[in-house]
Design a protein around this ligand. Sequence first.
Ligand SMILES: Nc1ncnc2c1ncn2[C@@H]1O[C@H](COP(=O)(O)OP(=O)(O)OP(=O)(O)O)[C@@H](O)[C@H]1O
Length: 272
Amino acid sequence: MTDKAVRIELAGVSWEAGGRPILHTVTARVEPGETVGLIGPNGSGKSTLLRCAAGLRAPTAGAVRYDGQHIGGWSARRIARRVAFVEQTPEAESDLRVDQVVALGRTPFRDRWRGLTATDDAIIDAALERLDLGELRTRPWRTLSGGERQRAHLARALAQRPWGLLLDEPTNHLDIRHQLELMELLAATGQTVLVALHDLTLAARYCDRLLLLHGGALVAAGTPEEVLTPDRLREVFRVAAEVGRDGLGNPAVAYRGVSSRDASDTCEDTKP
Ligand SMILES: Nc1ncnc2c1ncn2[C@@H]1O[C@H](COP(=O)(O)OP(=O)(O)OP(=O)(O)O)[C@@H](O)[C@H]1O
């Protein structure tokens, strides 16, 4: 679906707020065309890391590189020509129609004084179709449900024709069909994808690799099988869980419940 995919590198990225460290020297790479899931409990730093990767937050130490180029000092327009970011709670474009929201994805490529070209229109139509929004295209934004808004923001991101997609919990408002469709779409784009997810089974099934954040530090990186172990789920998420395959052979996490033990304990209670 795209000719180009970007390599996104985080090289020792740290970020502080009010003197409090939020991210601690995170080093990770998302290779061109890879779908990488960013997982971790509430407050572990996923959104902060994505905002650094999208150039919206300047790291207090370290660097973000796209295809080896340090993006510090790049304009928002230059970044948006390379990478699209869908935030967790996107701002409400209350007076716009859905197709106008999606058309905003063409802004980085448009001459300020010119309208949309036929190519822009075709790209917008394709993005609306991909996100199942054809029938909603003329609806006022404010009338959309949460899931419809989320899909419209994803369509806007696709309309950017980016080389990389950064997505912060893009499935949290979606029904199960649209969750599966979205994850399949991400896997099929050919673009580089870094996606924060809370649903570990979805992450395990659709991501090539996972990055696990805990307290602002990267504590594990690897394939879903390597990262999602019962010990880690207990230490980091404080749940007792089994990791295996579902009836269809897909990777799945089965939760026994919250873990009652300290993170420092062994994992005897997760054994059958
Ligand atoms: N501007 C800020 N000022 C102070 N603290 C901040 C700021 N931004 C983020 N934080 C804190 O940094 C930590 C990480 O926040 P972040 O939103 O990155 O976590 P997250 O993993 O995305 O969480 P969630 O799963 O709940 O969305 C949290 O404790 C949050 O309160």
